[in-house]
Design a protein around this ligand. Structure first.
Ligand code: UDP
Length: 465
């Protein structure tokens, strides 16, 4: 692909802002692959988001190519994730998982790989570029300039927001990330925020142009995450989550009071708060000791106390080792069983841009007790589908969980409210909104790219090399 060609296309796209049909989207996810199992390492809600959106775009006839870094020599250059969705493994840096802090120095090679893959196609192959997380946005703004397509960017998390709510033992996000994010915000044609609050942070903390910020709520697969036997519950008045097959499949007794944590085990998600709250509940009511089960589903993504071994040690220290059940990162059908079997899902995170786990749990009819932070304030309707707790004091969580245990009427009301609330978050609605955003971005004058900080634009020789 020659530079002159790219500039011509850039002009064409800028000056012919007709409302064209979207045929193909290039999605970039540098640091984590859509093929990874979410719930451990760097794989979480963003991976789920990318996969669910890509599948649904493809079902609407919009092909999606997802570019990610190759972390193993064994990976094929291209893998089909679903009909119409390809994962393109770009070789840059060593064939191994790298810490996110090491990735900026491999971005130039990654960007070059993305551009080379596109150069194999006819000009105008992609209509829109959607990048996820700031590292991908860095690769994206260079690609946007070459291809003359709009850059749509989703932050997923923001360093300035994370740094304002650090958990004990969490390292602040480095200045390099803050600068990199500011640059991506300045050069994106459209920014997609998960919630109105995230949109406000983009504008207030990062100086984003309000006209370029759109909100698209993430979703939940409502066909996979649904309550157990609602008919049985209605006809018998029994608590369906206690009597249904999910508990049998997971080996949980009917009489157990099950508190569930799902997600990556890291200080930011604060699973330790749940353990401390459980210990307090048992201390206050020792009869609960034989019935309480705390299930922690997910793998490590951090250090110290918040690795599974650290949590096991904490459980032993608190005298509740026999109450806590650790489960490995699980595929979503198994997760759905966990949500259905639980009495309450607890999400005590210090910061959360949305919180897919909270919505998945509610879609399964299980109320959520969550920290009153970030996107959880949208994901959970306080007092209707769950309870929001200010701060991270385990005593406050214990008090709310005790109340839900003691008041079955309240629990049942929240369970019904949870299912209702989750219906507002289907992925199809997310994709409807994204298609609007893409279409709008294709007819906007291009944002001026900010001066390069981390990935200098490639020379024509590098691109065609
Ligand atoms: N997840 C999973 N298996 C696990 C744990 C988590 O598939 O064992 C998925 C979960 O279904 C959810 C995502 O990981 O969709 C976590 O997203 P969330 O927004 O809650 O947190 P994030 O990882 O983005 O911080």
């Amino acid at each position: 692909m020659g530079t002159a060609n790219a500039v011509d296309r850039l002009h064409y796209r800028r000056w012919c802002p007709v409302s064209r049909r979207i045929n193909r989207v290039a999605t970039v996810s540098v640091h984590t692959s859509p093929l990874d199992q979410p719930g451990t390492g760097d794989a979480g809600g963003m991976n789920v988001y990318i996969v669910e959106v890509a599948r649904r775009l493809a079902a609407r006839g919009i092909e999606v190519d997802i570019f990610t870094r190759a972390t193993s020599r064994a990976l094929p250059p291209v893998a089909e994730l679903a009909p119409g969705v390809l994962v393109r493994h770009v070789v840059s840096g060593p064939f191994e998982e790298l810490d996110k802090g090491e990735l900026p120095r491999h971005l130039c090679g990654f960007t070059s790989g993305v551009l080379r893959a596109e150069a194999a196609h006819e000009p105008g192959h992609y209509d829109v570029l959607h990048t996820h997380y700031w590292l991908s946005g860095q690769a994206g703004w260079a690609a946007k300039r070459r291809w003359g397509v709009p850059l749509v960017h989703s932050m997923h998390t923001m360093a300035k927001v994370k740094n304002s709510a650090l958990a004990d033992g969490d390292k602040p996000e480095p200045d390099e990330r803050v600068l990199g994010e500011e640059q991506v915000v300045a050069s994106a044609d459209q920014l997609v925020a998960n919630t109105a609050e995230e949109a406000r942070d983009l504008i207030g903390l990062y100086g984003a142009d309000p006209a370029r910020v759109a909100t698209a709520s993430p979703g939940v697969d409502l066909s996979r995450f649904r309550p157990e036997s609602p008919l049985l519950a209605r006809s018998t008045g029994l608590l369906p989550h206690r009597t249904g097959p999910a508990r049998r499949r997971l080996g949980l007794p009917r009489e157990a009071y099950v508190l569930l944590f799902v997600g990556r085990i890291q200080p930011l998600k604060a699973p330790d708060v749940l353990l401390r709250a459980a210990a307090r509940m048992i201390a206050d009511d020792p009869s609960l000791g034989s019935r309480l089960v705390v299930a922690v589903v997910g793998g490590p993504s951090g250090s110290g106390r918040c690795r599974p071994e650290g949590l096991q040690a904490l459980a032993a220290e608190l005298g509740i080792a026999d109450v806590v059940r650790f489960e490995p990162p699980s595929p979503q059908p198994v997760l759905a069983d966990w949500y259905r079997a639980a009495d309450v899902t607890v999400v005590p995170s210090h910061s959360e841009s949305f919180g897919l786990v909270a919505v998945e749990s509610q879609a399964c009819g299980t109320p959520v007790v969550a920290a009153r932070v970030g996107g959880l304030r949208t994901a959970v309707a306080d007092g209707e589908s769950g309870m929001l707790v200010p701060g991270h004091d385990p005593a406050a969580y214990a008090a709310v969980l005790r109340r839900l245990h003691a008041e079955p009427g309240l629990h049942a009301r929240l369970a019904r409210g949870a299912v209702r609330h989750a219906q507002g978050f289907g992925w199809d609605a997310t994709v409807d909104r994204l298609v609007e955003v893409y279409t709008g971005a294709m007819s906007l004058p291009a944002a001026r790219p900010a001066p390069p900080l981390l990935t200098p634009p490639l020379t024509a020789a590098e691109v065609t090399a």
